[in-house]
Design a protein around this ligand. Sequence first.
Ligand SMILES: Cc1cc2nc3c(=O)[nH]c(=O)nc-3n(C[C@H](O)[C@H](O)[C@H](O)COP(=O)(O)OP(=O)(O)OC[C@H]3O[C@@H](n4cnc5c(N)ncnc54)[C@H](O)[C@@H]3O)c2cc1C
Length: 502
Amino acid sequence: MAKTFQPGYDVVVIGKGIAGLTAAVNAAARGASVALVYHSTLCSSHLAYEGVFRFPENIDELDHMVREHGCGLADPKLLAAFFHHYRDFGQDDLERIFPLAGAKPIGKKHRLGGPGILADLEHLCNSTGVTFIRGTVVKIDAPDGILSAVRMYHVRRLITIQAKSVIIASGGGIGNIYGTSDNCAACCPPGTALALNAGARLRDLEFISFHPFGAIGCRTHDGTTPVFTFFSIGENTEIYSNETNRRIPFIEDLIATRTADKNPHDNIFRIARTVWQNNGIHIFKNIRGSLQRINLSVVAHSLIGGIEVNADFKTAVNGLYAAGEAAAGLNGAGRLPGMALLEGYISGKQAGINAADHAGKSGFYPVDPDGFFPASMRFGMFSNLTDTIKQIADAALFIERTAAGLQLARKRLLKLQSGILKNHLAQHIENDLLETALAMVDASLLRKESRGNFSRQDFPGMDPGMQRNIVIQKNRPDSEITVSWSNEPAAFLACSNGQPSF
Ligand SMILES: Cc1cc2nc3c(=O)[nH]c(=O)nc-3n(C[C@H](O)[C@H](O)[C@H](O)COP(=O)(O)OP(=O)(O)OC[C@H]3O[C@@H](n4cnc5c(N)ncnc54)[C@H](O)[C@@H]3O)c2cc1C
């Protein structure tokens, strides 16, 4: 395979979603030279087709949301930083920053189309001189805990790009791990594994949000426009079980309560579990004059945990930052609903500014151009490992988890890992998927309770002694992952009711 060495960008951003584009434009506006590398234009930000930007009115409202959903595990320092930066952002900014997305206020929320948001940000990136490079990042080099380069693959070319700072804005990668997901299924290593192997820590990977009414697997008309991902179910929708074909008035009642905004989030896990137990649901909808049956089921929707960052969105590796869904800490044990886009925007902006400032004070760290790409490296084909990982995740890491199911998943993943070929780039990528799934399984085994979006069938109650984060790390790049309770004190925010959200 041909090899290319690209010396010198101040900042390399990984990901072309809302977090990556915002990071790139802010780093470039700070005077940094910026390359944005991306695997695909189709991403979660794109799929938030009529995305909702939700705005907490004040710190009390944010605090209330975190109590309700975060269940004692959100990072107070990160929340304080988030709210501090959020104060700068208002309606004027929405109209100025997102002219194409067309912000429509709906109460304390704004509707903006995902593709419009991305088009607006890409336009800003182009006008600030950001270089776009398409390809898949397969490794981040950080010898001695100092960031030096990213390694990527692009159509039979292996590219090494030297960098002073790197921002991982690679999204949650949930569509790579689960088969039953409303995210895109694109085989690329989740940023979590890239960060882990560069020496950063991950946290709370046991927390995934599940959407109760998803349509599985996004497809596109033309490669850019999502056809349809999930369906809003209103107060007057009749819901039928796929298992029995009978109506489920229980869910209809719960939705009516939710729609009336009396009790907005308390019942979501009950809805998701009921939909799951009924093997999915169907509704009937009049589409262009004919009544059509629409099948919906619970889908893995987003990553709640991820890469550990501090209040500057910096990881433990010097020069390495993370933003958007790839980063952990803001949500705690349950995702703050409708706030992922706002979170991606604010964390991307701060990561971009901080990474540019870091680059301004740093030199390039030496890179061995051949290092990760030895002469014997070949791409080969993806095996069916990816599909097997998805089957394992769907079976063991869905709504309800048990010790037996998780142990079996662990055994199967370790067996698959023992057969991975070295110097085989496709298998290296698949191994990164596998390591993330393994970390999710190990963290789920350690958490012997049910909290927020995490449910253990064998431990249905919440245990106050487990109001702590789980951290995932490697001692050396080639060593095994370790999963353990964090030594840091539990977050100060109490848990109100332990209910999850989507
Ligand atoms: C169907 C759907 C609807 C949603 N609706 C809403 C909503 O209404 N409101 C809301 O707030 N949130 C919503 N969300 C969640 C929200 O869209 C996401 O959390 C958010 O967009 C994530 O943005 P991001 O920039 O962090 O990552 P993404 O948008 O996922 O972007 C990740 C980018 O990283 C790239 N990438 C990943 N790995 C690599 C690699 N190894 N090398 C190179 N590039 C890589 C990808 O190709 C992509 O360009 C929705 C999500 C989905 C799936």
